[in-house]
Design a protein around this ligand. Sequence first.
Ligand code: XMP
Length: 527
Amino acid sequence: MHDKILILDFGSQVTQLIARRIRESHVYSEIHPYDVDEAFIREFAPKGIILSGGPNSVTEAGSPRAPQIVFDLGVPVLGICYGMQTMADQLGGKVELGKLREFGYAEVRAHNHTGFLNDIEDFKDDSGHGMLKVWMSHGDKVADMPAGFRLMASTPSCPIAAMADDERRFYGLQWHPEVTHTVQGRAMLDRFVLELCGATPDWEMGHYIDEAVEKIRAQVGDEHVILGLSGGVDSSVAAALLHRAIGDQLTCVFVDHGLLRQKEAEQVMTTFADHLGVKVIHVDASTVFLSKLAGVTDPEAKRKIIGAEFVEVFQAEANKLKDAKWLAQGTIYPDVIESAGKGKKGAHTIKSHHNVGGLPETLNLKLLEPLRELFKDEVRELGVKLGLPPAMVYRHPFPGPGLGVRILGEVKREFADLLRRADAIFIETLRTTIDKETGKSWYDLTSQAFAVFLPVKSVGVMGDGRTYEYVVALRAVQTLDFMTAHWAHLPHELLGHVSNRIINEVRGVNRVVYDISGKPPATIEWE
Ligand code: XMP
């Protein structure tokens, strides 16, 4: 049993970061909605509790509150932003309504040498006080602290920017220690989790393999499992972990929809079937997929067709495996949190981001999700520990509908072939071009990069002749969360080299352009 930190989510956009930061310090943490019941919290037996930020105002009637047991369990409690305000309100302090809500950089002055902030500082001000550079959420303010609390930090515009009750080990911060802009954020969370809660930092992927293997064996017994392998990180790591646990009781089905990247199918088969000895059924369904997509130009319609056809093909293969009792999926922790919903508010979707998963219940299989507890960076670490090639595990994300959403308009095999070649040239160049300043490849310096096929013809000249051929767009972005993204400032020489190679080597293309739109207002993919 690991020591656990419980995070109660009041709906902040950055709640996930709290859990990630704590896990990076090797302590296990989970996020649950703020209104979970008392029995759950007792059973969870946290070493400490964190109340997240959130969009509401404590001053509104009916706004969310933490269950009373949070303050009665006798464990340390940290309230962040809204979490601090509800803590103040619930324990007898006073919160004042603010006029504007704004997220921003602030310098706060530490007070009173509390157990939480003692020795944590960025610099000293002219009169020798410890100062911290933080990311503050301005808005409502704590006006009166509850009995037992002392002032822990302040700014001119927010006199009670943090408060501490060292006796009960209750702490409130008006700023966000979980975002990297708060320079000492890690030190603050480590102080809370490791020192004040006394949690043992024993959450490590190397040890986790043994635990997970044991759990999977106990769950599955001698029954058989099937898994849809897409070549993406999550399903690959799930396959490797299950194979480690149950060997030949696992059968993977790899559906090739004809919209994969160059040599991708070969790579999947080599890695899993040849190197790891996993049973993989390779279904080349490209002809069926492409015939269903013929004449379809609407992006959402294309996604739906690819998703539905994937289910169809997978189901046909699954039906042939009579022994299978389990369906394994590479669901990871962010998927679990997102589908549970944030606080009480629904999340906003711009595009239907369903992966080609969502397999129907008619399969009559029990669901096995061995990565359900893990964040993406943990999944990657686990993948490498399980022997998957780092280049596969640290690959840029690739959408389930594949090149289907990177060929604008109607999808045709000739367009897919052309795009695969252009894309491979771009990716290879990114991998081999090293940035002098950082010593990293441009592939590692970007979060996602790919080529897009535009079904537009433009005029060019080649030798003595006029050409009239297609356009390829290059897209490369830098982002932490894929919700917002900047276009990557790739070196001009790199772009020039890629453009020359694509135009010279890929028949049918005479023009290459670079996409310089950010997200928002553009999205990362073009469809
Ligand atoms: P956008 O284009 O919305 O993409 O900025 C954000 C991230 O999501 C990926 N994406 C998808 N992934 N199925 C997927 O599995 C989809 O239909 C899909 N659409 C976008 C995109 O590649 C980027 O990483």
